[in-house]
Write a protein that binds this ligand. Sequence first.
Ligand code: T5A
Length: 212
Amino acid sequence: MAHPALLIAIEGVEGAGKSTQATRLGRSLGAHVTREPGGTALGEQVRRLLLDPASGDIDPRAELMLMLAARAQHVAGRILPALATGTHVVVDRFSGSTLAYQGYGRGLAVDEIIRACDFAAGGRWPDLNVLLDLDVAAGAARRHDEEADRIEAADGAFHDRVRRGFLELASSDPDTWAVIDASASPDEVAEHVLAAVTERMDLLGSGGRPKP
Ligand code: T5A
């Protein structure tokens, strides 16, 4: 039986290996691979504003709204059209990052962010969130670019709250989250990611997409 096209989000702290695994998973599935914030012309412009240290301290609500403006455009302009043609979509960060960074990290109310994410994405949530779990310091050590972007430059306590947030989100909704140990080699991580995705596909192929 043909599987419905899935929206799969790759999540995790900075440097966890999301881009690497999104690319590899996309290749394995023949999926459309994209990223957030970004993925559209508008989204990439918003990304620049959000990550540029010159933007300075952005109020958490303003940061949330910018993330979600990029998401709304991305979902409407890229993600839904790809899914409608039967193409799986692998997205490097999605709603899980908003909950972890703007909720657990910045301290905005998680229930309000859930409602805002729901509105921005027209009710579309990932069919599977793959959390690449990695110690924050280990992720930072993998970074090779010289200058940290505006969000990377936040203090260690912020990034620890983000990691804890991801783990809480995953443990509270094990049906739509898979947690993978991202400290393993890229090949091993890719194998575990594909196994989690295959399991979810089998489940959805027989039972349809459960509500988030
Ligand atoms: N954000 C985003 C929010 O605050 N709210 C939101 O709603 C959204 C959508 C986006 C920023 O925006 C924030 C979160 C972020 O701060 P980003 O570029 O997506 O920025 O996030 P980063 O985590 O900074 O992305 P990176 O590219 O730095 O990290 P990745 O994608 O996790 O890691 P990757 O694959 O680029 O790998 C990093 C390095 O590690 C190596 C790679 O070769 C590379 O050199 N590597 C490994 N090394 C050892 N073992 C492995 N298993 C490895 N896998 C990769």
